[in-house]
Ligand binder design. Structure first.
Ligand code: XIL
Length: 375
């Protein structure tokens, strides 16, 4: 029995004999590993931001290598970063991340070739001097970008998020964007076909958020059917998984897993985090609560232990669900390493967040222990 297992046993005995609850004091460091525990069921991954590995401390790098089998660049493979101006490719950060992954035998998830939102696409893509670019020109730019990027990393990237967030949250199936209005819905099939041309073996993924919600799930199913009918080389579906404690849609997630399984497609949970500060109101009522919400920072002093416990049991429930359907899940990736590095500290407004399994000092939280207890 390891020393930690012994400490936990002693704590359990103390708890049972005292009849009162004792504060659980898990060790600050751990030798338990997510990838060792879940690796045979699905790959466990992490998104890394900034410059990898240099922007991560030695302790953080150790944690990355101990816990995860796959890395996703949080930003440095996006079009805005890789090709900020037409023809000016900047591969330095992406190259560094891929080299780090190769050194340590980590899988790389390429994220993302086409992000189907105007504000996430460099403006030059849709311009031709003073005019709006023609369909042919945008298509040519799409092809050049996808081919250049995919062929550079051919054989070193395990899967590509080919198209990200193309489905609409409102009435229409596809999100209104210049990709859609200039090229038409074919931009999706084109991106997949070019990616396949450039790398015959890489797994090609369609990635989106809220696709577990029934209405958006229906849109996703229609999209899959259309892509299938056109022989588009779609290999898997990515569901982002930016959920919130007390609002995790377990049943919808399970229904989506079942639906993608019927298509013979694996599901990737591509950007998992469980925020503790509710943010739904930010998007409600035409955004009229934003000014008021932007002033709030309810957990700046820390996250209450009971909230961390609820987060722990909901993370465990999720991993029980993933385990029950592990034949349909290819990978579960956390959206960054620890709470201090989560994008939710600044999205959609600046406030302290605690959405991951490790705290700001990279120590395991109750959620980590709860996930490690999953059978
Ligand atoms: C986010 C990053 O985490 C932030 O650092 C960046 O400022 C914006 O993008 N869906 C996605 C990810 O597919 O690429 C987003 O990542 C989070 C939402």
């Amino acid at each position: 029995m390891t020393i930690y297992a012994r400490i936990r046993l002693l704590l359990l005995v103390a708890f049972l004999s005292s009849g009162t609850s004792v504060a659980q004091e898990p060790p600050a460091q751990t030798s338990s590993s997510l990838k060792a525990k879940f690796g045979a069921r699905f790959t466990v991954g992490v998104a890394l931001g900034g410059r990898v590995p240099d922007d991560y401390s030695a302790a953080e790098q150790k944690l990355i290598l101990q816990q995860f089998g796959s890395v996703t660049p949080e930003n440095c493979m996006k079009m805005t970063e890789l090709q900020p101006r037409e023809g000016e490719f900047r591969f330095e950060r992406a190259d560094a991340l891929v080299a780090f992954a190769q050194r340590h035998r980590l899988q790389v998830v390429g994220h993302t070739l086409i992000w189907a939102k105007d504000e996430r696409t460099p403006a030059w893509v849709f311009r031709d001097g003073e005019k709006l670019a023609s369909r042919e020109l945008v298509l040519e730019r799409l092809r050049t970008h996808v081919r250049t990027v995919v062929s550079r990393f051919r054989g070193r990237v395990h899967s590509w998020d080919v198209v990200n967030e193309a489905l609409d949250d409102g009435e229409t199936d596809l999100r209104p964007s210049r990709w859609l209005s200039i090229v038409g819905p074919e931009f999706i099939a084109e991106a997949f076909a070019c990616a396949r041309d450039a790398d015959p073996d890489v797994l090609l993924v369609y990635n989106d958020y809220n696709v577990e919600q029934p209405r958006k799930r229906e849109k996703l199913m229609r999209l899959i059917r259309e892509l299938r009918a056109k022989n588009v080389p779609l290999g898997a579906i990515g569901i982002q998984g930016h959920w919130e404690v007390d609002r995790v849609p377990f049943r919808d997630i399970e229904a989506l897993i079942g639906a993608t399984k019927e298509f013979g497609l694996k599901m990737m949970v591509s950007e998992l985090d469980l925020g503790v500060v509710p943010r739904g109101r930010w998007w409600a009522d035409g955004g009229k609560h934003r000014a008021e919400m932007a002033k709030t920072d309810p957990l700046s002093g820390g996250c209450p232990p009971e909230l961390l416990q609820r987060q722990a049991s909901q993370y465990a429930e999720l991993f029980r669900l993933f385990t029950a359907h592990s034949n349909a899940i290819g990978r579960v990736t956390f959206w960054n390493l620890h709470d201090g590095r989560s994008w939710l500290n600044t999205f959609p407004w600046k406030h302290a967040e605690y959405p991951l399994l490790f705290d700001r000092s990279a120590a395991p939280k109750p959620a980590f222990w709860a996930v490690m207890e999953v059978k």
